[in-house]
Design a protein. Structure first.
Length: 237
């Protein structure tokens, strides 16, 4: 049996149809793709967050749009009860093409997102505390990562100067991440990366359940290889 492990698939958001077609082609040849094409297809569009919310996961409030302009941003601020929002691509990765607007610094009248998108309230905890990543292998917690933005930025990705450090979650925080994992409509995931952020009430909410990009922060989880190897071997057996 052959197995393909996804690696550095960080431009799939610009070629989603081609990317998914390639995975389906591999699967049709009897090659195991991990995570499987049906998982990738579901996970490629961030509208899956609505399904997670319906299944009981704590999520960040969001409005989903086929495209967005200045009027949509203003409407989102009113409906979400905030003066500060972030607009993200529904099919996107790495914070690319992301925008932040405030009531005092709105988009220009002619601005358009140009992609299917979601609009969420900006959460100050991303600057004050950072974002948390929980890495699971074969359904079991492997390690945690705390990601903080560079000074005068809010994006936590290293591309923008973000800093990453090992993180040992509390029992409560880990339970919150496990609840998101349990809410996923799939079993037998080789890996899952649950990215979460602190809400004003102190609870963690899922920002992304990353099942595509396999960057699982080995620097912060030195036992990752020892966990992944037998899990892959089991699928090859």
């Amino acid at each position: 049996m052959a197995l393909v492990l996804l690696g550095t698939a960080w431009d799939y958001q610009d070629h989603p149809a081609e990317f998914l077609a390639r995975l389906e082609e591999l699967a049709a040849r009897g090659i195991a793709v991990r995570n499987p094409p049906e998982v990738v297809r579901w996970n490629a569009d961030k509208s899956y967050l609505q399904e997670l919310a319906e299944r009981g996961a704590t999520t960040v409030p969001a409005l989903y749009r086929e495209d967005a302009g200045a009027d949509d941003v203003a409407e989102a601020m009113e409906r979400l009860g905030t003066r500060d929002v972030v607009v993200k691509r529904q099919v996107g990765a790495g914070g690319l093409g992301q925008h932040r607007f405030t009531a005092d610094s709105p988009p220009s009248p002619g601005w358009r997102m140009g992609h299917r998108c979601l609009i969420q309230p900006f959460l100050p905890s991303v600057v004050e505390e950072g974002e948390y990543t929980f890495v699971f292998v074969d359904g079991e917690f492997s390690h945690g990562v705390r990601k903080r933005p560079a000074k005068d930025d809010y994006r936590i990705q290293s591309l923008y100067g973000g800093l990453e450090s090992a993180y040992t979650p509390s029992v409560t925080d880990l339970a919150g991440a496990k609840a998101v994992l349990d809410a996923l409509p799939f079993a037998d995931l080789l890996y899952a990366r649950i990215d979460m952020i602190r809400l004003p009430d102190g609870a963690l909410a899922v920002m992304e359940a990353e099942l595509i990009e396999p960057y699982l922060y080995p620097e912060q989880g030195p036992e990752l290889g020892a966990r992944l190897a037998p899990a892959i071997a089991d699928r090859l057996a």
